[in-house]
Unconditional design. Structure first.
Length: 279
């Protein structure tokens, strides 16, 4: 068992060592902005396949082809940097997905809900990654701020939960999550915000939001809260389908939805905070 756990940890570290530099390059290098768009679009298409595969386990037949095309279209539309254009494509995609699902003759209450929610969950939510990246002047910095807030939250919640966790947060959904872990996640995200703010001040990094310290702190606290909600949402989906992971594309880490569950909810939060000028 020890060797098995050790091997799993090594596998997770090797996967992270490959993907983290790749994602950083896509985020930070302006010449790769289109590649970043295509990467996010590909992840969305894989994500909707994972989502609908979990639905099929429960015998729910959703509209796969139109949902995949809609998710891809929403992601691509976000490259224009306009939330209005993206919203129009999202509305069109959900309407067409629902229409095609009904016309195919295999419609059902659950199938219709899965089809439409899938486009929202794996189309509209992650499209905010692209919107954030396209944000004038500070796009790459916003993506880094998003990752700092969510990753620090994940680490803090895990450590605090293991160390102090006593009161279950949502026992039927995710037995290992505790209120102590949730608070630890928020505090760790705030700490990450402080460190990032100080680094920006010391090195005069210009690609980050020119917000006050309190804006960084409150933003990362909000990111922690919504990312933990996103984590619980995916836990509900996996528990309902009776699976441990949503997929296997990331060795040792699971699928796209496993790695992006918190980010899916945090990305829209940060985009709209940035759109109104910080908090």
């Amino acid at each position: 068992m020890f060797l098995g756990k050790r091997g799993a940890v090594m596998q997770r570290l090797m996967t992270a060592a490959v993907y983290i530099p790749l994602v950083l390059a896509l985020v930070l290098l302006p010449a790769l902005s289109v590649v970043f768009l295509l990467f996010c679009t590909g992840m969305a298409v894989l994500g909707i396949q994972e989502f609908l595969a979990m639905a099929r386990i429960k015998g729910i037949v959703a509209e796969k082809t139109c949902a995949m095309l809609s998710c891809a279209a929403i992601m691509l539309s976000a490259y224009a940097g306009s939330v209005d254009i993206m919203a129009m494509v999202f509305f069109t995609g959900t309407a067409l997905t629902a229409w095609v699902h009904i016309l195919r003759g295999t419609w059902s209450f659950q199938g219709l809900l899965a089809s439409v929610f899938g486009v929202f969950y794996v189309g509209w939510l992650p499209a905010h990654f692209v919107l954030l990246h396209r944000f004038p002047a500070i796009g790459p910095g916003l993506i880094i701020l998003l990752c700092v807030g969510v990753m620090c939250s994940d680490a803090g919640a895990f450590i605090a939960g293991k160390t102090f966790g006593k009161h279950k947060l949502a026992a039927r959904v995710s037995p290992n999550k505790t209120w102590e872990g949730a608070v630890g996640g928020v505090l760790a995200a705030v700490f990450g915000a402080l460190i990032l703010y100080l680094l920006c001040a010391i090195f005069d990094w210009q690609c980050y939001p020119h917000w006050r310290l309190m804006a960084y702190v409150l933003s990362c606290a909000a990111l922690s809260i919504v990312s933990q909600i996103g984590d619980l949402v995916e836990s509900v989906l996996k528990r309902g389908a009776g699976v441990k992971d949503s997929g296997t594309i990331f060795p040792g880490h699971g699928g796209v939805l496993d790695r992006c569950d918190g980010l899916l909810f945090a990305a829209p939060m940060l985009y709209y905070l940035a759109a109104i000028g910080g908090v």
